[in-house]
Design a protein around this ligand. Structure first.
Ligand code: GTP
Ligand code: MG
Length: 801
């Protein structure tokens, strides 16, 4: 026995929630319409040979958008053995429109009325027996979220699949039925009987896709056309509207007989919340504050704390178990530092350096004044060399004192970090030098550097999952529409960008819900400007290593992404390819609800686990490649391996050195930054991975920020480029998208770096002139009056070819 059951229903009715519950899958669920854009298959739990297919949501079987086509084609061409029609009980009337069409397909239908928990809470009543009799199929009340009734629904669908078809109970008016009967006779009588009615209705509606598929001869068609026109004349409307109207009349009558709403007219809690969060003036500030806190908490506070522990503890020297002994150590080391490190002489040197404006001296001074040894140690590690170079060498005092300093592991319960354990393990077995180098520097160092950021990302994903599944993000799409519209994108473009905060690949795929081809292309091109999960570590690394964990770095990266989208939208809209207004925004706003803990965790894990999987595969591999590239090279004129290879002589260094000039105008023409940027194309996590393997090399803050901007905005990783290729379905458009992203990133970094250098007083004349020219061009594009032209659309067609 092999039964195929398809879950079909309106967007946001709970299909995927039910699918996950029935099959134990982990498909993404969100509280807005259009979450699922591809069909997904799974096996029904505790039942042999039952396959369940989750489909994208559809409002009718006449699709408008790409993902709706996926659903319709599956139902019509693959013909599942039964359809489990998920109906949102809180929106019964609108949902039944699809039901009336599904029952005509000649496939057995079982209706599952979902969200019964809310329906009951609202005190509304649905008369199942009556409705079931009228529609001619079995109805089960369920709550996919709470898990009630779901197995019964699935089992009813299996039973329906085994016993045969659903008989459509609804008949259209006389004139229409007359025409349909004729059409069945003339055009589709050689089809399986149960499919005839559906095709006849579609032919009556003059549905292009159905007509295309059936290949009806000219004479037959003329004959049919006469029948259709007769009905149109009699009912004084066009065929498609006749069918639509009659369906609505039928549904209204169904509702009258089987649905009782408790109270009408009073504002629901959802409406009350919406009055505030979608308020014309307050909406954006509220959103900005919400996003600020999300990024601030996940990257700066909780995130930093968790990441510090993984980086310095788990993948570092080690940590105090449960913090036992940490306090004593803190006291001991502070006392020791006050006596031996922060001598008057050293403090004076640092003060002088700070007065002379040496980078990092302020951080050191601050740490000394606050008696914060951790902060001092970190700042010394980063800026010690630059102080020495500027003639304020404090290394002698510090290094000498550190020899005798109290050791963390003598206090409390000390758990050594993974590198320490691995190193002592390798030493114990007398491992060869190169092998322990590969394992420690290549694998543990590279993969560890990336994994260290996992906690931070998980925190971010929890917040995003909450905002998504409670329904807030759907409002933001609505609010953003008012703004996005001004620069040529619709609010619908916001959803892909939102999903893109996790990973660009599903983000790009989510652009399928956008009907208008031009809007969709523009969204695909700009979605990856939003920092994805893999870019978060880059932001965090630069924020902590070069900006001393400044609070504004992480939110600023997010706003750079949004600004890039806005600027690109305005500029692109003024080009030939994207001229024209975005399609009107239509999306229903789902009711708010409290997400379940399980759902949030699932969503977080969905996004986070791919990151961890990548660490185990592609990042592991490229870490090894980078390690090898940095250890093999030319020593004294001959090629070979050395664990003490100078970067400049290594293979990696030679490659990086050969092309680093490209980034000179952006301020980071050093070999590591170049290699990191290139490896970023493999996976953005690699940018951090490279610094992990190759150690962080000093950059000025301005150069680092320029490096950050470039890496945030330039072409995404290969996986995302692949997604762009698939969704654009054209090599030309893919190249155009990548080219645009890289050029745009370059321009932005150039402007920031060169004009920033002006403020430091060290700007170069040529650089500033170039940057100013680029800025002037962008401003010109932004403020140039907008001309619409018809000829231009032809060009966009050409590019599609
Ligand atoms: N209160 C309540 N909420 C539910 C129930 N079932 C689903 N939801 C919520 O409804 C929202 C939409 O659920 P999904 O499963 O993503 O809906 P879908 O039909 O797959 O949506 P698309 O993929 O967009 O077509 C989510 O926020 C769910 O948590 C239910 O029985 N009760
Ligand atoms: Mg879904």
């Amino acid at each position: 026995m092999n039964v195929r059951i398809a879950l079909a229903g309106n967007p946001n009715s709970g299909k995927t929630t039910l699918f996950n519950a029935l099959t134990g899958s982990n498909q993404f669920v969100g509280n807005w319409p259009g979450v699922t854009v591809e069909k997904k298959e799974g096996k029904l739990k505790k039942h042999e040979g039952v396959t369940i297919t989750d489909l994208p949501g559809i409002y009718s079987l006449s699709p408008y958008t790409l993902e709706e086509v996926v659903a319709r084609n599956y139902l019509i061409d693959q013909r599942p053995d039964a359809i489990l029609n998920i109906v949102d009980g809180t929106n019964l009337e609108r949902n039944l429109y699809l039901t009336t069409q599904l029952t005509e397909l000649g496939i057995p239908v079982v209706i599952a009325i979902n969200m019964m928990d809310i329906v009951k809470k609202n005190g509304d009543q649905i008369n199942i027996t009556e409705l079931s009799r009228e529609l001619g199929c079995k109805i089960v009340e369920i709550s996919a979220l709470k898990g009630t009734g779901i197995m019964e629904a699935a089992e009813s669908a299996i039973a329906a699949a085994e016993t045969g078809k659903t008989v459509p109970m609804h008949t259209f008016s006389g004139a229409v039925e007359h025409a349909i009967a004729h059409i069945e006779e003339a055009a589709v009588h050689d089809m399986p009987e149960e499919q005839q009615r559906w095709y006849a209705i579609k032919i009556f509606e003059r549905d292009e896709k159905a007509l295309e598929k059936l290949n009806i001869s000219k004479e037959t068609f003329a004959h049919i056309e006469a029948d259709i026109q007769a009905a149109e004349e009699e009912l004084d409307d066009d065929a498609e509207s006749i069918i639509t109207n009659e369906r609505y009349v039928y549904i209204a009558q169904l509702m009258k007989g089987s649905y009782k709403k408790r109270s009408a007219g009073h504002l629901s809690t959802s409406d009350k919340i919406d009055k505030v969060v979608t308020n014309r003036f307050a909406a954006l500030p509220i959103f900005a504050v919400v996003m600020f806190f999300v990024y601030y908490i996940s990257v700066t506070t909780v995130g930093t704390w968790a990441t510090d522990w993984t980086n310095d503890g788990l993948f570092g020297d080690g940590w105090h178990l449960f913090g036992i002994g940490a306090g004593q150590y803190e006291e001991a080391i502070t006392d020791y530092a006050k006596e031996n490190i922060w001598t008057e002489e050293l403090s004076a040197t640092v003060e002088d350096a700070a007065a002379a404006g040496v980078v990092g001296a302020g951080d050191l001074l601050g740490a000394i004044e606050e008696e914060d040894f951790g902060g001092f140690d970190e700042a010394y590690g980063t800026f010690g060399d630059s102080l020495a170079e500027a003639g304020f060498d404090i290394s002698e005092t510090v290094e000498a004192a550190m020899e005798e300093a109290p050791d963390t592991s003598e206090y409390g319960v000390w758990v050594p970090g993974i590198p320490v354990l691995v190193e002592s393990g390798l030493n114990a077995i007398g491992c060869a030098d190169w092998l322990s180098g590969l394992i420690l520097d290549g694998i543990v160092g590279g993969v560890g550097a990336v994994l260290g950021f996992v906690p931070q990302m998980l925190v971010l994903f929890i917040f995003l999952a909450f905002l998504e599944s409670c329904g807030y993000m759907a409002r933001i799409a609505f609010v953003m529409d008012r703004i996005f519209r001004k620069f040529g994108l619709s609010g619908k473009s916001f959803i892909p960008m939102l999903i893109g905060t996790g990973c660009g690949v599903p983000g790009i795929m989510a652009s399928r819900t956008i009907e208008n081809d031009r809007d969709r292309k523009m969204t695909i091109m700009t979605t990856t400007f939003i920092p994805c999960g893999a870019k978060v570590p880059i932001i965090a690394l630069i924020a902590s290593a070069l900006f001393g964990g400044a609070w504004w770095v992480a939110p600023s990266a997010y706003f750079v992404g949004v600004a890039a989208i806005v600027i690109s939208g305005i500029m692109l809209k003024k080009t030939k390819m994207f001229a024209g207004d975005p399609a009107p925004f239509v999306m229903e706003l789902p009711a708010y609800h409290m997400p379940t803990f399980g759902n949030i965790m699932r969503s977080m894990w969905e996004r986070g686990s791919s990151f961890i999987r990548k660490a185990g595969t592609i990042i592991l591999l490229s870490s090894i490649v980078i390690w090898a590239g940095s250890c093999f090279g030319f020593v004294d004129g001959s090629f070979g391996f050395s664990s003490e290879m100078e970067l400049e002589n290594s293979v990696l260094g030679l490659i990086g050195g050969a092309i680093s000039w490209i980034f000179a105008p952006l301020g980071f023409n050093n070999i590591k930054a170049t290699i990191a940027t290139i490896m970023g194309l493999v996976a953005k996590e690699e940018v951090v991975g490279v610094f992990g393997v190759l150690d962080f090399e000093e950059m000025t803050r301005l150069a680092a920020y320029s490096f950050l901007i470039f890496n945030l905005l330039c072409a995404p990783c290969f996986a995302a480029i692949g997604a762009i290729r698939r969704e654009m379905n054209s090599a030309k458009w893919t190249w155009f998208a990548i080219g645009y992203q890289c050029v745009f990133a370059y321009a932005m970094s150039l402007i920031v770096y060169q004009l920033g250098m002006l403020f430091t007083g060290a700007g170069s004349v040529i650089g500033v002139i170039f940057a100013a020219a680029v800025l002037a061009f962008i401003l010109y594009m932004l403020f140039r009056p907008y001309k619409e032209s018809n000829v231009l659309n032809a060009d966009s067609m050409k590019m599609n070819a």
